[in-house]
Design a protein around this ligand. Sequence first.
Ligand code: KIV
Length: 302
Amino acid sequence: MTQLSPARKPAAGATPQEPTAAPAKDNPKALYGGTRSRRVTVRDIAAAKERGEKWPMLTAYDAMTASVFDEAGIPVLLVGDSMGNCHLGYESTVPVTLDEIAMLSAAVVRGTERALVVADLPFGSYQEGPVQALRSATRLVKEAGVGAVKLEGGERSAHQVELLVSSGIPVMAHVGLTPQSVHAFGGYPVQGRGEEAAQQLLRDAKAVQDAGAFSVVLEAVPAELAAEVTRSLHIPTVGIGAGAECDAQVLVWTDMAGFTAGRVPRFVKQYLDLRALLGGAAREFAQDVVGGAFPAAEHSFR
Ligand code: KIV
C-alpha cells in the first residue's frame, strides 16, 4: 500500500518546491509501489522527498531474508549493527566488527536486485576521524557492494560525513538515540526532551544535512520534535520511535516479524509471530522424527 503524506512546508531558506510528479500511487517512479526495476539510488530518495512520498525501510542481515523484502518492494534495506543483538547474540551493537558488517552486507547485496543497501559503520570504525571513516566505508562499498553507509552522530560526525560524501560515498546519518553510545547514555533513553536537548537535536540534524548526508535516522525522539526536524530539512528523515511525520519509517526486521525473544521497544509494531510459527514447525518436525512419520515414502528415494 503506497502512502501519501500531506504537502510539506519547504525548509526555512529553501526554494519552495511545487510537487512535480504524480501522486505516489500513480507514479511509476514511487519508491514503494513503483515499477522501476533497477536498483534504487540516493537520487530517487531525494526525489521522493520532493514529492512528499513516504517510504519504508527494514533491516536485513542475510541473503534469503533480504530477497523476501526485496520481492516485497521494500526500497531501502539497512544492514544495521542491530545484527549484534538480533543476529549474532551480542548484548548490544558495540561489539559488532567491520568484518561482520562486510560479510553480511555482501550477502544482502547478493540477495537483492532492487533495494538500495545501506551498511552501518560499526562502533570503532569511524570515531577516530574522517580518514578512518573513509577507509572503513570504502571497504563496505568495494568488498560488499553496498550503495551507501550509515554512521551515528550529528555535529560530532559531520567531518566524517563530509569526507565520505566528497569521496563519492552516500551517507545516511543517525541522530537522537544512537545505540553505539549505550554506555554513555546508561541505556536507551528517549532523546531530545526539553528545550536545550531539542535545540541540540535540530543542530545535529542540520549539521549532517549540511555535511552532505542524503538522509538522517531519528531514533527515539518525541514525535513533535521529529516533525519539526522533518519540516526544517530538505533531506528525508527516517523515523524509528519518532512519530508519524518522518518521511520514512524503519524497523528492525526481527522486531517487526515477532522473531525477537522477550520485550521489544514500545515503538515496534509486530506484523507476525514468527518466533511462535518457527518454534511450532520445529516441534512438529521433531515429533514426526521421533514418531516415525518423517520421512514418509514421498521423501525417500527408490
Ligand atoms: O542498526 C540498526 O538496525 C539501526 C536502525 C535501528 C536504524 O541503526
